[in-house]
Write a protein that binds this ligand. Structure first.
Ligand SMILES: NC(=O)c1ccc[n+]([C@@H]2O[C@H](COP(=O)([O-])OP(=O)(O)OC[C@H]3O[C@@H](n4cnc5c(N)ncnc54)[C@H](OP(=O)(O)O)[C@@H]3O)[C@@H](O)[C@H]2O)c1
Length: 249
């Protein structure tokens, strides 16, 4: 059994205000017929989302949600009747306090905890609150945008401690969710997805030095929905790259 966007009537994209989340939302609206509920934190930073709303007025709903606040998520869920997929694109690599660490002396407990919260725990909160909507016969999808640097097997470079550790924790969460959801009357494909290097606020400080192919957020959104479409419902979570290739856990 496979998940398919063509059988989906509605899904949620968390972290859709800018960056890859906005690209995924735009790609879903332009390439599928599903309705999309897009969550954001601060509409002042999300003008791209407001523009998309004027273009897809009927199919796009915008909701302000704080996924770290369970009550906010519960209220949001209580207003929904049916969804087929959730894609969470919220993530953190750097902010005022957190800089990707090059060496152990750079580690800061507060900054590491924030990274763990944003990159791993918000998806846990979302899974907890939304499980009941996944308990249905038709195939569903639960996916979080992760990162290849979260692969334990693939880590040959070191550095970026908080980010790597939090994405590895996210991957373990998704492995658990695939097992539990599919044992508890859900038919869910669970996918940890590496988006590929994408020009966003998150990557901007680092992309001058990279040799990787660069994508726009919309290209990445399209790549991601291509990979998620047709992903297998299974107790085994998938860890996939933007081109569909498997990444070792
Ligand atoms: N860009 C890349 O090359 C790349 C590569 C590998 C993996 N990724 C992953 O892709 C995902 C999206 O990254 P991006 O490049 O689109 O980053 P971005 O442009 O910095 O966007 C980050 C998103 O996360 C939201 N967010 C951050 N902290 C939050 C919090 N505490 N609560 C709620 N929302 C929060 C932001 O909302 P606000 O607008 O409200 O801040 C924004 O929607 C992340 O998981 C990232 O790790 C990106």
């Amino acid at each position: 059994v496979k998940f398919s966007f063509s059988d989906s009537s509605c899904g949620i994209v968390f972290g859709a205000g800018r960056g890859i989340g906005l690209g995924i939302t735009s790609a879903l609206l332009k390439n599928t017929s599903s309705n999309v509920i897009a969550t954001y934190r601060n509409i002042k930073r999300s003008d791209g989302l407001e523009r998309l709303k004027t273009e897809f007025e009927k199919r796009l709903s915008l909701i302000q949600v704080d996924p770290s606040d369970e009550k906010s998520l519960v209220k949001f869920k209580s207003e929904l009747s049916d969804i087929d997929f959730i894609i969470n694109s919220i993530g953190l690599l750097h902010d005022d306090k957190l800089k990707p660490e090059r060496k152990v002396e750079d580690l800061d407990l507060e900054a590491m905890l924030e990274s763990y919260k944003v990159n791993a725990l918000l998806s846990a909160n979302i899974a907890k609150v939304f499980l009941s909507l996944f308990r249905k016969k038709s195939p569903t999808l639960f996916s979080t945008v992760s990162a290849k640097v979260g692969s334990i097997e693939d880590n040959g470079l070191g550095g970026w401690y908080s980010y790597r550790m939090s994405k590895a924790a996210l991957n373990m969460l998704l492995k658990n969710i695939a097992i539990e959801f599919n044992r508890r009357a859900c038919h869910t494909s669970v996918v940890s997805i590496h988006p590929g290097t994408t020009v966003t606020d998150l990557s901007k400080p680092f992309i001058q030095k990279t040799n990787y192919k660069l994508h726009t957020p919309y290209e990445t959104g399209k790549n991601i929905i291509n990979v998620l479409d047709g992903s297998k419902v299974s107790e085994k979570a998938h860890f996939l790259s933007w081109d569909g290739s498997k990444i070792p856990w």
